[in-house]
Structures are given as structure tokens and as C-alpha cells.
Design a protein around this ligand. Structure first.
Ligand SMILES: [Zn+2]
Length: 566
């Protein structure tokens, strides 16, 4: 049986630990000048070296030639505390997840009273320290505050905030971080060289992405890929295992969007669905690729230094894709894809979502191929009930009829369809879909639904939706309800793909007195309608987070210091 990679490559001294210089440098300095504190708190995300560092620190402290910043590796203590050593009597590792009570703390206190069996210090490493109960911590407080000279404590935790403040204030706190992608990539490549494993181009960046900055997770993934390969980790297998969109499919999508070939673009969407890819992952992958292309377009030849792990062919390909897009289109595409990603939820059919995304990317830039695109988008609209004369959602008949129409052969029809872009929703459609929108609101937030269920659609123009409130009181409640306008707006967006602004209408109070006068069709009797001018507008403005990713993306690119801290 082979030991797991992350265990075989577990660092034995601080120099071998990657990506944590902010911790290792001061620790090594303290060891060199013999100013080691009696208690430490190591915090940070899982799998980035907290427990390993605690063991290294113990090894440094108890080395026969120490305390030293680099353990000798030869003395008894060093051998016992090496990665395949049996462990030392004087270094006690406690998993606080299962030993978190007062009794455990008392036992620990007792053990700390004894002198070390052989080495300089008795060192207690408390893993998952946030699991210790407040009572447990209180029992420990005294000894952590004034430990015997031969005792050292190292607490390791993913949640330092849960370690009680009185303990925290008696420790030196070292925050560990996720390892930046570039550094991780270099490290994994070193491991592969040491393991004599060949990795196909393009695989490593995927492993780094999946590992999410955790060395342990990244090594485990690499381990799994190596185990499932025969001497060479192939790209196709890695993509399938890690669940990413295959490069070929991604290229097809990007090429189709770049040259605004809507037929191919919708074809890709179909392939994604038919082949069982995760739609959300696909959108993420497209966004990631667009980001890379923007980067290549902006940085040019320097892109290779920024896009670690990308081959020359990939850079060339992205350069040609960038030129097909054009800068403005590229930005527009990234913005739309990003908006689509944040709007994705379980409520809408993933396929519709992908199609809407494709449609939105294709529309504005369409020039010579505009007619063809719009005609096809209209087909898409009809299928989801947005287009002119929409039939109820789910009725396939009209969609088939339209699909059967040879688009290119009937330009007249297509030209007529041109004004109907995605987003031009009619009042009738809005009214028809209103019950469904309210149902969505109900599933999202009961609180929002309670203030929204009595509202009626009065008018809809461009993106301003006029809704009737039964009374001033209802309007106030709606405005006061936390997030209700946002929930309603999101539900409308999911239904139609448009971001609306709300305009409230109130019926004149006098008219409401007699129950019979409850006006069903307000439009028919406009004189009884009081318009409350856009009081609600400010808080109903565009969602703030729209395009945030795109913006920060561009800023990152313009500053030319991206990727590393992602
Ligand atoms: Zn030693």
C-alpha cells in the first residue's frame, strides 16, 4: 500500500512549508533569538499547514541541538518527530474535537505538572482548539497563563474567534493563509517531478483551482489523478474527474460567442445539458475563460507570466479568440456571464438559464448577423413565454412551428421580429406571469411574500413596473420589509431576465370605502389612481452587486497584478 502524497510530502522543517512566510519567518526568528513564547495560537483554513507547523515547532524546540530554527534531523527527538517517526513522549497531540470537556482539561493540567521524560520541553498541541468547551478552557486558563517553565502550548484552529478571549490574549496568534495559485502550481510541479509522473498540459491549473489553496486538498486530488492514470495523467480524464468543462466544449462556446454564431452557441448549451455537465460549473468555466482572454488581450505577450500553467498554444488560441471578440464585446460578455452566474438558482431550468445567458451575450454586439441572431432569440423567447403572442410556458406547439420556419429564407419575418429583444416584456405577459412570480417570492422569503401577495400589476413599460398597493399602509409595509423589493425583483428577473424598477400606485382612499368599487382594471379608470412619485425608487435602484466581479476583474487587470491573490 502506498502512503498518501500529502503524508509523504509533509514538511519536516519550516523551510519546506510553502506559502506561509508570514508565519514561518517570525517563528524562525523567535527560535534563533530564543524568545519563544509559552503559548501559540495557529489559525487558518483547513489543510494549509497549522498542525504540521505545530509539529515542526515542537521539533525545533526539542531538538538536542536546539532550540533551533532548523531541526538537526538526527537526534532522538528529531527522528521520533519526523514524518514517519513514531512520535515523542514529550510532545502530546490532543484532538480537542473528542477531548473537549472539563475532565480532559483537568487531566491535561495534571500531565503538564510532570517534567519532560527526556527532552527540553513538554509540548501540548491542541488540534481543533475551537471545540474545547468554555468550561474546558476555564480549567486550562491558569496553566496557560502561568505554565511551568518546561511546558509549551500550541493551539491550532480553523475558528480562532471561538477560542475564548482570555486564552487568546495569552497566546501569540499566527494566522495561516490559503496558498496562492502560482506558488501552489510550482509546488505541485515539483512533487510530480519527484514522483516521476507526467502530467498533460492544462491539467495542473485545474488541480490548483480545485484544491482551492489548501495544500492537503490539492495533493489529495493530485494523488487521485495519479492513482487513476497509467504513468501519465491525461487531460480528458482529469477534466472528467474534477468535473470541469472539457477544453473542446469551452472553446466551442467561446468561438461561437466570439463570432456571434448563435446556432453553434445554443448547440453548445444543448451539449452541456445532454452530456450531464453541471450547468453552473459551465458558466463558471466560461467566465474564467473570458477573464483569461481579457487578460491576454490587455497584457499581450506578458500574459504567460500571469496565467501560470498556460501553454504557448493556449495563449495563442486565446489571443485569436480575443481578436474575434473585440475589447468592448469581451467586457460585455464577461459582465453578462457574471450576472447570469449570480442569478442562477435552483428555481429556473438550467437549460433556460444558459440559453438566456447566451442570448444576452449575443444580442448587443450583433451587427451583420443581427437578424439571424434576433430571429433565433425570438424563438428562444417564445419557448419561455417572453416573445409576442406567447403561449403558456410548457406548451411546445408554437415553439415547434417557429423552429420549423427556415429563418434565413424568410428575412421579412425576421426583420419584423427585430424590435423584440430579450427584455421587452409586455404588460400582458407580466400580468399573466404574476401569480408565478408571487409563488417564487413565496419560496424565497415568506416575509417578502406576506407584504407582496396583495399587489397587482398596473402597468409595465421598458423596465418600470407599476404595482398597485391596496393602501398606503401596505406600501409602507412593503418598503419597510427587509429586502422585500429585492426578492420581488429577483423573482421577476428569474422569470423574464429583466431588472425592473417599481413604481407604486395607490387607489384614492375615498374610492375604496365602498367594497363594490374595488377596481379590477385600473387602466380603464385612470382618474381614480393616485400616483405616488418615486419615493420607492432610491432603494429600488439596480442591485449593487451587479457586475461587481466584472469590475474588480477589470481593475485587477488594469493594475496588472491579478490571479495571485485569487
Ligand atoms: Zn535534532
Amino acid at each position: 500500500m502506498v502512503t498518501a502524497l500529502y503524508r509523504r510530502y509533509r514538511p519536516e522543517n519550516f523551510a519546506e512549508l510553502i506559502g506561509q512566510a508570514q508565519v514561518t519567518a517570525p517563528l524562525m526568528a523567535a527560535l534563533r533569538s530564543d524568545r519563544v513564547n509559552h503559548a501559540y495560537l495557529f489559525s487558518g483554513p483547513r489543510g494549509c499547514g497549522k498542525t504540521t507547523s505545530a509539529r515542526i515547532l515542537a521539533r525545533c524546540l526539542n531538538c538536542a541541538e536546539g532550540p533551533t530554527d532548523t531541526p538537526c534531523g538526527k537526534c532522538d527527538s528529531c527522528v521520533e518527530l519526523a514524518r514517519d517517526g513514531g512520535g515523542s513522549l514529550d510532545v502530546v497531540e490532543i484532538d480537542a474535537a473528542s477531548h473537549n470537556g472539563v475532565d480532559d482539561a483537568r487531566e491535561l493540567r495534571e500531565r503538564a505538572g510532570y517534567a519532560p521524560a527526556r527532552d527540553r520541553y513538554k509540548i501540548f498541541i491542541l488540534d481543533e482548539a475551537h471545540m474545547v468547551t468554555p468550561q474546558g478552557f476555564n480549567a486550562l486558563l491558569k496553566i496557560v497563563e502561568e505554565p511551568p517553565a518546561h511546558v509549551k502550548f500550541i493551539f491550532a484552529t480553523t475558528e480562532p474567534d471561538k477560542v475564548i478571549a482570555t486564552i487568546r490574549s495569552r497566546t501569540h496568534h499566527y494566522p495561516f493563509r490559503l496558498v496562492p495559485p502560482a506558488q501552489m502550481l510550482d509546488y505541485l510541479e515539483e512533487v510530480c517531478v519527484a514522483e516521476k509522473v507526467e502530467i498533460a498540459p492544462g491539467v495542473m491549473p485545474l488541480v490548483v483551482r480545485s484544491g482551492g489553496g489548501s495544500v492537503r486538498d490539492s495533493l489529495s486530488l493530485l494523488d487521485q489523478l495519479i492513482a487513476g492514470s497509467e504513468g501519465r495523467v491525461e487531460y480528458d480524464r482529469a477534466v472528467a474527474l474534477l468535473g470541469y468543462t472539457p477544453e473542446s466544449l469551452l472553446d466551442e462556446a467561446i468561438d461561437a460567442l466570439a463570432i456571434r454564431d448563435s446556432a453553434s452557441a445554443f448547440g453548445v448549451v444543448d451539449k452541456v445539458i445532454q452530456s450531464g455537465q453541471d450547468p453552473r460549473q459551465f458558466v463558471e468555466d466560461v467566465l474564467e475563460r473570458l477573464r483569461d482572454i481579457i487578460l491576454v488581450a490587455s497584457v499581450g505577450a506578458g500574459a504567460k507570466a500571469v496565467l501560470r500553467g498556460a501553454t504557448d498554444e493556449m495563449i495563442d488560441k486565446m489571443q485569436s479568440q480575443a481578436s474575434k471578440f473585440g475589447q468592448a464585446e469581451l467586457t460585455h460578455a464577461a459582465t453578462e456571464v457574471n450576472a447570469s452566474l449570480s442569478a442562477m438558482s435552483g428555481a429556473t431550468s438550467p437549460k433556460l438559464h444558459l440559453e438566456l445567458m447566451v442570448a444576452k451575450v449575443l444580442v448587443p454586439g450583433a451587427n451583420s448577423s443581427e437578424i439571424g441572431s434576433l430571429a433565433r432569440i425570438e424563438r428562444l423567447e417564445r419557448r419561455i413565454g417572453i416573445g409576442e403572442g406567447a403561449s403558456p410556458v410548457g406548451s411546445p406547439a408554437p415553439a415547434k412551428v417557429v423552429a420549423a420556419e427556415p429563418v434565413s429564407a424568410s428575412p421579412a419575418v425576421a426583420v419584423e421580429a427585430a424590435p423584440v429583444a430579450v427584455g421587452s416584456v409586455t404588460l400582458a405577459q407580466m400580468k399573466a406571469a404574476w401569480p408565478e412570480i408571487l409563488r417564487k417570492v413565496e419560496t424565497k422569503s415568506m416575509a417578502a411574500w406576506l407584504v407582496a401577495f396583495g399587489l397587482d400589476v398596473v402597468d409595465f413599460e421598458v423596465d418600470v413596473l407599476t404595482v398597485r398597493f391596496p393602501s398606503q399602509y401596505d406600501l409602507e409595509k412593503f418598503k419597510a420589509a427587509e429586502g422585500a423589493p429585492d426578492v420581488l425583483r429577483t423573482a421577476i428577473f428569474e422569470e423574464f431576465g429583466v431588472n425592473v424598477k417599481f413604481k407604486p400606485y395607490l387607489q384614492a382612499v375615498a374610492e375604496v370605502v365602498a367594497p363594490e368599487t374595488k377596481v379590477i382594471d385600473v387602466v380603464a379608470e385612470p382618474e381614480v389612481v393616485v400616483v405616488i412619485e418615486p419615493e420607492v425608487e432610491p432603494e429600488v435602484a439596480e442591485p449593487v452587486d451587479d457586475g461587481r466581479y466584472g469590475e474588480s476583474l477589470l481593475r485587477e487587470i488594469l493594475d496588472a497584478k491579478p490571479l495571485d491573490d485569487k
